[in-house]
Unconditional design. Structure first.
Length: 114
C-alpha cells in the first residue's frame, strides 16, 4: 500500500488549495479514505472522511463548510478542496487508508499566512 500526497504550499488567508493523494497497492474503490492533519506541537487530528463509493462524506467541525473531500475511483486518488483557509489550518496534511492496518502518506505541508 502506497499513499502520496501533493498540492500543499503557502497561501494567504482566505485562499484555496486542492490536495491530492495518489494511491496504489490495494483495491482503492473498496475502501473509505480519510484526511488528517498535524499542526506544530499538536496531535494529529482527523479532518474529513469519504466512503468507498463517494456517496458519504464527513467533516470535522473546524472545517465543515470550507473543505470538500472527493475521490476518483478510476484514478485511485482522493482529494481535499480547501477554501476560505485560515492561519489555524496550517499543518502537515496526511491521507489515510485503513486496509487491515492504517497506512499513511508522507504528508504535504500547508501554510496559511500573509
Amino acid at each position: 500500500v502506497q499513499l502520496v500526497e501533493s498540492g500543499g504550499g503557502l497561501v494567504q488567508p482566505g485562499g484555496s488549495l486542492r490536495l491530492s493523494c495518489a494511491t496504489s497497492g490495494f483495491t482503492f474503490s473498496s475502501y473509505a479514505m480519510r484526511w488528517y492533519r498535524q499542526a506544530p506541537g499538536k496531535e494529529r487530528e482527523w479532518v474529513a472522511g469519504i466512503s468507498s463509493t463517494g456517496g458519504r462524506a464527513d467533516y470535522a467541525a473546524s472545517v465543515k463548510g470550507r473543505f470538500t473531500i472527493s475521490r476518483d475511483n478510476a484514478k485511485n486518488t482522493v482529494y481535499l478542496q480547501m477554501d476560505s483557509l485560515e492561519p489555524e489550518d496550517t499543518a502537515v496534511y496526511y491521507c489515510n487508508a485503513r486496509v487491515i492496518s492504517d497506512y499513511w502518506g508522507p504528508g504535504t505541508q500547508v501554510t496559511v499566512s500573509s
